[in-house]
Write a protein that binds this ligand. Structure first.
Ligand SMILES: Cc1cc2nc3c(=O)[nH]c(=O)nc-3n(C[C@H](O)[C@H](O)[C@H](O)COP(=O)(O)O)c2cc1C
Length: 423
């Protein structure tokens, strides 16, 4: 199996931009709004800063193919799906969609460390169409943030199309979330609860596939019965889905640590479909990537929880827990999560996001360090208002307190220059 080399300087100067209906984000004024001494909610301040900057993006991407306007025949649809996938470089290593966690700076960090594509967090299609503040807070991107899947939850085809039209110039797929198993999705009638209303799912996919310039992708969970899963996946393909990500757990298997993803079911879907299929579940290190691709025949993998702890996963680095998982010999090459946290914070200064997202990432990346120094975690929790200066100081203090926890890689991996071993 061959992987594309990792770009060494993805993080050069870049200008955040949003689509033409959305205002250009000016990082310096957004950060000024986040400076100490202000009393309002920091996320509100970020939002206000976004609202004040009304210049439009100047650099639109090339126009994609015209929407078909009607369902394409099976063969043309499949050919078009593969042509698009190949144009994107057949990305194998993909950052999964994560509410409050797969936002722009985190995506850019993962891309630097080997991710070849990424999903946005799930966006609520109705709120996205109705609320400019929500749009500006929850969806930011930049030129280098590609290939990009923008994910929506929805239960109304017209509303979904309206939301999708707003983002299509700045993404490579519009994705429909058909897998969220949370109570909020049951109440809102979206995500995995649409598995009870497949005609509605079909109409969502058809609406997008007939009317968008970019292809539509879907992310599903499996049914308890394999034949139901296969029939579901075939229906999605026939409705115009051009890429399917399969999370190998059912709607009731919410706890990813308790339930292993069913790679056999993913393989069965891959064998039954003609469009590209991505596998999701149990990707904790690059050894898992290899095993999963071999086992399922999938065209790529998504990783979620493990990437939060170790954003350098896709460039071959492992946490101590997986250091010897498959007999690989891994060494301390000088990279650790504190360093990744510092890189992430710098990206947040460049690409402002709500503080709740930053807080969440710091907890996940430094969870092992906080376990050794719980007093530092308590101090972080006690800060009602965060600043980058405070967070950088906290990371410095964690280092000074000792008990560094390395990430492990193979001898040939480079560290911050980033060409890594992908093993
Ligand atoms: C913090 C978090 C947020 C998530 N949010 C989303 C989401 O917005 N959309 C979605 O389709 N899945 C979401 N998921 C599910 C993941 O995309 C993924 O399907 C699941 O975690 C299994 O992958 P893993 O075994 O690599 O963690 C989320 C998972 C986590 C941990």
């Amino acid at each position: 199996m061959k992987f594309r080399p990792v770009a060494s300087s993805l993080l050069a100067q870049r200008k955040p931009y949003l689509n033409a209906s959305l205002p250009l984000l000016n990082p310096s004024s957004a950060m000024a709004a986040g400076a100490p001494g202000h009393e309002e909610d920091p996320d509100e301040r970020l939002c206000a800063a976004l609202d004040r900057n009304l210049s439009l993006a100047t650099d639109p991407p090339l126009p994609p193919p015209e929407p078909p306007g009607r369902p394409l025949s099976g063969d043309s649809h499949v050919e078009r799906a593969w042509a698009h996938w190949r144009r994107l470089g057949e990305p194998k290593l993909v950052v999964a969609p994560m509410v409050d966690n797969s936002e722009l700076p985190f995506r850019m960090l993962c891309r630097k460390y080997g991710a070849e594509a990424a999903y946005t967090p799930m966006l609520h299609s109705r709120i996205f169409t109705e609320n400019e503040k929500y749009r500006n807070m929850e969806f930011t991107t930049c030129k280098e943030d590609r290939p990009l899947f923008v994910q929506f939850c929805a239960n109304d085809p017209d509303v979904l199309l309206e939301a999708a039209k707003m983002v299509e110039p700045h993404c490579d797929y519009v994705d429909i979330n058909l897998g969220c198993p949370q109570r909020i999705a049951r109440r809102g009638n979206y995500g995995a609860f649409l598995m009870d209303n497949l005609p509605l799912v079909k109409s969502l996919v058809e609406k997008l596939s007939c009317n968008l310039h970019v292809p539509v992708s879907c992310k599903i969970r499996i049914f308890p019965c394999l034949q139901d899963t296969i029939a579901y996946a075939r229906m999605l393909e026939e409705a115009g889905c051009s890429l399917l990500a399969v999370h190998g757990r059912s709607r009731d298997e919410k706890d990813g640590k308790k339930f292993r993803a069913d790679w056999n079911a993913i393989k069965a879907v891959k064998d039954a479909l003609r469009i590209p299929v991505l596998a999701n579940g149990n990707i904790r290190h690059m050894g898992d990537v290899r095993s999963c691709l071999d086992h399922t025949g999938a065209d790529g993998v998504l990783s979620a929880e493990s990437l939060l702890e170790n954003p350098a996963l896709f460039s071959g680095f492992r946490t101590l827990e997986w250091r010897e998982d498959d007999g690989e010999s891994m060494n301390d090459l000088g990279l650790d999560q504190a360093e990744l946290a510092v890189e992430y914070l710098k990206l947040c200064e460049q690409y402002p996001v709500p503080w709740r997202m930053i807080r969440s990432h710091v907890h996940k990346m430094l969870g092992g360090w906080f376990a050794i120094h719980p007093e530092v975690r308590e101090e972080l929790n006690a800060q009602s208002k965060l600043t980058f200066e405070w967070l950088q100081g906290m990371v410095k203090r964690l280092r000074e307190l000792g008990g560094r926890i390395p990430l492990y890689g193979k001898g040939n991996a480079m560290v911050n220059g980033v060409a890594a071993c992908n093993s």
